[in-house]
Design a protein around this ligand. Structure first.
Ligand SMILES: NC(=O)C1=CN([C@@H]2O[C@H](COP(=O)(O)OP(=O)(O)OC[C@H]3O[C@@H](n4cnc5c(N)ncnc54)[C@H](O)[C@@H]3O)[C@@H](O)[C@H]2O)C=CC1
Ligand SMILES: O=C(O)[C@@H]1CCC=N1
Length: 267
C-alpha cells in the first residue's frame, strides 16, 4: 500500500511515524507533502527513506491512500490548486476538523472519502480517532484504514457523520482542556508556595492516579468524588467554589463552542 500525507505538520507526521513504527507500510511507500521547500531537509532527516515533496512539485501522485492533514482553512486552496490528479481508485482520508465528506468530495471531485478525527496523543500511539466513510467504500478498504488508525491508538467507527463535530470538540480538542486544567492546578500550587517542579509532579501524578482509579473502579464519578470529599473538609470547600462559579457549566459551554466552530469551518 502506498500512502501520501498531504500536509506534513504535527498530525501528518504523528500518523506517518505510527505507520512506520508498526511496519504497516514500508518507508519507500510513504510520501510526505509539505508546503514549504524549507521544511524538506528536516523531514528528510526524520524520514530518510520516504519521498518528500512540496505541493507544487508533484505532477503525478501514486498513492492508494491520500491523507489530507492540512488545516481546514487551507483546504480550499489545496483543492483548487491540486497539481496532480487523484486516481479514481485512491482513497482519501481527511483528518481536518469540520470539513464534511460532501464538501471534500465536491472540492476534490472524488467519491471515496473517509473522514476521521484523531487527537494529539496519537503521537504516542495513545490517541483515539472517530471516523466515518462515504457510501461505496468496500468494507475491506475501511478495515485497512482502521488498521492504520489503530497504530495511532484506538478507533471508533461512527455511522452518523454529524457526530464527528462533537467528537472533534470532545476528544480532538480534549487534550488541550486537560492541559488547561492541569496548568491551573500547577499555578495554584505555586501560589501556595510549592516549587513549580514539585507542583507539576504532585499534579501530574494525581491526574495519573485518578485516571487509573476511574478505569479500575466500578464506582461512578459522583461516588469517586464523594470518596475524596469528606464532609466539612477541604475538597468540599474547593467543589463548593467551583459550583458557585459554575465551572462545570463553563466547561460544557466551551466544549459546545468547539463543536459549533467545527460546523462553522465547513461553511
Ligand atoms: N493538532 C491536533 O491536535 C489535531 C488536528 N487535527 C486536524 O489535523 C489537521 C492538521 O493539524 P496540525 O497537524 O495540528 O496542523 P499543522 O499546521 O501542524 O499541519 C498542517 C500542515 O499542512 C501544511 N500545508 C498547508 N498547506 C499545504 C499545501 N498546500 N501543501 C502541503 N502542505 C500544506 C502546513 O505547512 C503544515 O505543515 C487540521 O486539519 C486539524 O483540524 C485533528 C485532530 C487533532
Ligand atoms: O483545534 C483544532 O481545530 C484542531 C481540531 C481538533 C484539535 N485541533
Amino acid at each position: 500500500m502506498k500512502i501520501a500525507v498531504l500536509g506534513a505538520g504535527n498530525m501528518g507526521i504523528s500518523f506517518s511515524r505510527s505507520f512506520l513504527k508498526y511496519e504497516l507500510i514500508k518507508p519507500q511507500n510513504l510520501h510526505l507533502i509539505t508546503r514549504n521547500e524549507s521544511k524538506k531537509s528536516k523531514l528528510k532527516e526524520s524520514f530518510p527513506d520516504s519521498a518528500i515533496s512540496t505541493f507544487e512539485e508533484i505532477k503525478n501522485l501514486e498513492a492508494d491512500l491520500i491523507i489530507i492533514a492540512v488545516k481546514p482553512q487551507d483546504f480550499t486552496f489545496v483543492a483548487e490548486n491540486l497539481p496532480f490528479k487523484i486516481s479514481e481508485k485512491s482513497l482519501v482520508l481527511s483528518i481536518m476538523a469540520g470539513i464534511s465528506i460532501e464538501k471534500i468530495q465536491k472540492l476534490l471531485n472524488h467519491k471515496f472519502v473517509v473522514r476521521a478525527m484523531p487527537n494529539s496523543p496519537t503521537l504516542l500511539g495513545m490517541g483515539i480517532t472517530g471516523y466515518t466513510a462515504a457510501d461505496g467504500i468496500y468494507f475491506s478498504e475501511l478495515m485497512n484504514v482502521e488498521r492504520l488508525l489503530n497504530s495511532t491508538g484506538r478507533s471508533v467507527y461512527l455511522e452518523d457523520e454529524s457526530l464527528l463535530d462533537g467528537v472533534t470538540a470532545l476528544s480532538g480538542s480534549g487534550p488541550a482542556y486537560f492541559y488547561y486544567i492541569i496548568d491551573a492546578m500547577i499555578k495554584a500550587g505555586t501560589e501556595m508556595g510549592i516549587d513549580e517542579n514539585l507542583s507539576k509532579l504532585f499534579v501530574k501524578q494525581t491526574m495519573l492516579g485518578a485516571y487509573h482509579l476511574i478505569n479500575n473502579s466500578d464506582r461512578s464519578l459522583e461516588e469517586l468524588i464523594k470518596d475524596v470529599a469528606s464532609k466539612g473538609g477541604t475538597t468540599e470547600a474547593a467543589l463548593k467554589t467551583f459550583d458557585e462559579n459554575q465551572l462545570k457549566s463553563i466547561l460544557q459551554k466551551g466544549i459546545l463552542a468547539a463543536e459549533n466552530r467545527a460546523k462553522e469551518l465547513n461553511k
